[in-house]
Design a protein around this ligand. Structure first.
Ligand SMILES: Cc1ncc(COP(=O)(O)O)c(C=O)c1O
Length: 453
């Protein structure tokens, strides 16, 4: 018997009633992915307030690599809630914060002395990485990439690339942020082809220092090893090695934003390991907290120590309940082979998606690293015109048929997978069956319409 069970049409009557109340009470700027109101969740299964059961390929946007309510995590949370919930680490410190910092320092790539601070979100972690980089280098500028997403606070919006809906109308943003093309080979900003391009985009950083911003003014280059919201764009293996080498040559720090790619998603604890690079500062959040709000900046000790006492921190950062959850998440990774699982699920998706690609040429590209997999949909392989409306229809078809899946990409035409890594093979096949049916319903109908036109 499958995991998906629908008792009502989706959304059911209770969800619909909550949608009506939401419209009155919540601003429309808060994005609505699905009209489904949750009652319970466990592992990779979600039950809604109407008793419908769904499989989850979204994981609360990549926060549940260890699954909903992973037993070790819920136990750790319960036990901490029964002792104390908040003292503020800067007022009355506690061991959990220190222990989690020690473990993050060990886990982050690079055999050098490291230190870690904790915050409440990915954006806050990025903000603090920039602060640390500026305090250490005493330089102002930061270079970010096209199609990057780093958050919704003002500095992280400055670093984020996509204009609508993230940036438009919220200007001005903090200055001294410069943007360069990413290795998005399917839509190369220089219209070149890999590998004949010789990794032009990476080497072009040197040119940026002559024509856009002086190298000696740049504190850091920040990048997602695999773009998250930008559509799981996965650069060729040598891209980051070249970028990091250029950074080192000019005394520029390299910040890896692994908020979405971290904690096993790509088949290693951090995607940087897949590229063989060691960031000066590693930014994490999402799956670190196993469902609770927790972000971290882990970096070279001398960089993390550059800010003066009181220069870093915040009231709730590294809350005792959240850090206990974080420690339990790391335990799950020690025992449960979740990285290998990410690889296995990712391979299985790629196999099936490549077969779908034979059938529906509107699947322009299947790409990813480990379990961080996606497909980019286009109107035709020749024009590569983004198929954003179709992508929306597929996402909708899926949730109406019991599968929660997310879109992504600067053009909104990418379907990405962020399933809990504890999802069983049977559940994953069932999920992919629904996705396949969604592709068929939307792309086949669209293909037929184009043919008869
Ligand atoms: C790579 C990356 N950085 C930063 C953020 C911002 O994280 P948060 O929403 O927790 O502020 C996100 C969120 O999607 C992300 O994917």
């Amino acid at each position: 018997m499958g995991a998906i069970k629908l008792r009502t049409a989706v959304p059911g009557p209770r969800s619909q009633e909550l949608m009506r109340r939401r419209a009155q009470a919540v601003p429309r700027g808060i994005y609505l992915g699905t009209p489904i109101y949750v009652a319970e969740a466990e592992g990779a299964v979600i039950e809604d307030v109407d008793g419908n059961r769904y499989l989850d390929l979204a994981g609360g946007i990549g926060c549940l690599n260890v699954g909903h309510r992973a037993p070790g995590v819920t136990q750790a949370i319960h036990s901490q809630v029964d002792r104390y919930m908040h003292t503020c680490f800067q007022v009355l410190p506690y061991e959990g914060y220190v222990r989690l910092a020690e473990r993050m320092n060990q886990l982050a790539p690079g055999k050098f002395a490291k230190k870690t601070m904790f915050v409440n979100s990915g954006a806050e972690a990025v903000e603090n990485a920039v602060k640390a980089a500026r305090a250490y280098t005493r330089r102002p500028a930061v270079i970010a990439f096209e199609d990057a997403f780093h958050g919704r606070t003002m500095m992280t919006l400055a670093l984020t690339s996509k204009t609508h809906p993230y940036k438009a109308g919220f200007e001005p943003f903090p200055g001294d942020v410069y943007r360069v093309p990413f290795a998005y080979c399917y839509r190369c900003s220089y219209s070149l082809k890999y590998p004949e391009c010789g990794m032009y985009c990476a080497h072009h950083l040197e040119d940026t220092f002559k024509r856009v911003v002086a190298a000696e003014s740049v504190a850091a280059v920040i990048a997602e090893p695999v773009l998250g919201e930008g559509g799981f764009v996965t650069p060729p293996p040598e891209f980051f090695r070249i970028v990091v080498e250029i950074c080192r040559k000019h005394g520029i720090l390299f910040i890896a934003d692994e908020v979405q790619s971290g904690f096993g998603r790509t088949g290693t604890m951090f995607a940087c390991e897949r590229y063989g690079i060691e960031p000066d500062l590693l930014v994490t959040a999402k799956s670190l907290g196993g469902g609770l709000p927790l972000g971290a900046v882990t970096g070279r000790a001398e960089i993390m120590d550059a800010a003066g006492e009181g220069g870093l921190g915040g009231t709730f950062g590294g809350n005792p309940v959240c850090v206990e959850a974080g420690l339990a998440v790391l335990d799950e990774f020690e025992h449960d082979g979740l990285c290998a699982r990410a690889d296995k699920l990712g391979k299985r998706f790629a196999e099936r998606a490549r077969r779908w690609q034979q059938e529906w040429p509107q699947i322009g590209e299947v790409r990813g690293l480990g379990g961080m997999q996606a497909m980019e949909l286009v109107r035709s392989p020749e024009s590569r015109e983004p198929a954003a409306a179709e992508t929306k229809q597929i996402v909708r078809y899926c949730y109406e048929h019991g599968l929660i899946v997310l879109s992504a990409g600067s053009y909104g035409n990418v379907i990405r997978l962020l399933m809990p890594l504890v999802m069983s093979d049977e559940q994953f096949e069932e999920a992919l069956d629904v996705l396949e049916a969604g592709l068929k319903a939307v792309l086949q109908a669209r293909g037929a319409a184009v043919q008869t036109a």
